[in-house]
Design a protein around this ligand. Sequence first.
Ligand code: PMT
Length: 222
Amino acid sequence: KNELALSGKKVIVTAGGTIERIDPVRYITNDSSGKMGFAIAKVAQEMGAEVHLIAANTSAEPPSGISLERVQSAEDMYQAVLKQWETSDMVVMAAAVADYRPREVAQTKIKKKDSVFTLELVKNVDILESLGRSKKHQFLIGFAAETGNLETYAIDKLERKNCDLLAANDVTVDGAGFGVDTNAVQIYDRSGMVEQIPVQSKEEVARKLLTLAAGRMGGVLH
Ligand code: PMT
C-alpha cells in the first residue's frame, strides 16, 4: 500500500566534477557543483530507492542520510561505480567526468621555467560507455552537457553509450546547467525526445526524470 515508485531498487548516482591531478598542488576540474546529482540522489531516496551516491569535487552540501562515497579522478569514479554495478538496478551519471587527464602526475610541484608550458593529456575511460557495453538488467541514465546542437549530440551520446534515457542540458541557457539551483533538460530515448522540462528546481527536474525512468523499469507508480 505504501509502495513507492523506486522501492526495492538500488540506485547509483554520480555527482560533481572529477579532479585530474597535475602535481601535488594543481589539478584540472570543471564547474560542476554536484547540485544536479545530489537532487537526483535525494529524490530517488524519497521515491523509496536504496541510494548510493558517488561524488567527486563538489561545492554544494550533500543530502543527509544518504550513503556517500567521495572520489577524485574519473578512474576513481569508474572503480567506485564498478563495485556497485552488478547489484544495482539503475545508474544515473550526473557527474561531469573529465574526458582527459595529464599523461603524468608530477610527484613534486612543477617549477616555473619557459614562457610556454605544454601539458600532455591522455583520454580517460568513458564510464557511461563502459557501463552501456556491459549492461544487463540495469537501467542506465546519462546526461549530456552541451553548448549547442543539443538534439544531435544527445542522440549520439544516447546511442553510443547505450543509455535507456539521456537528459540533455544546454548549459548556456540562463538558469540551466552548472552551479545554479535550477535546470532545464530535454529527455531522450531511442525514439527521440520524450519530455521537455523547462527551467525549474533541480529537485523537480530529478523527480520528473526518475518518475519517467521508474515507469519504464517496471516500478509501481502511485
Ligand atoms: O553539478 P551541477 O553544478 O548541478 O551541474 C549539473 C551538470 C551540468 C554537471 C549536469 O546536469 C550534467 O550535465 N552532467 C553531465 C556532465 C558531462 O560530463 O556531460 P558530457 O556530455 O561530457 O558526458 C556525457 C555523459 O557521459 C554524462 O552522463 C557523463 O557523466 C558521462 N561520462 C563522460 C565522460 C567520461 N569520461 N565518462 C562518463 O561517464
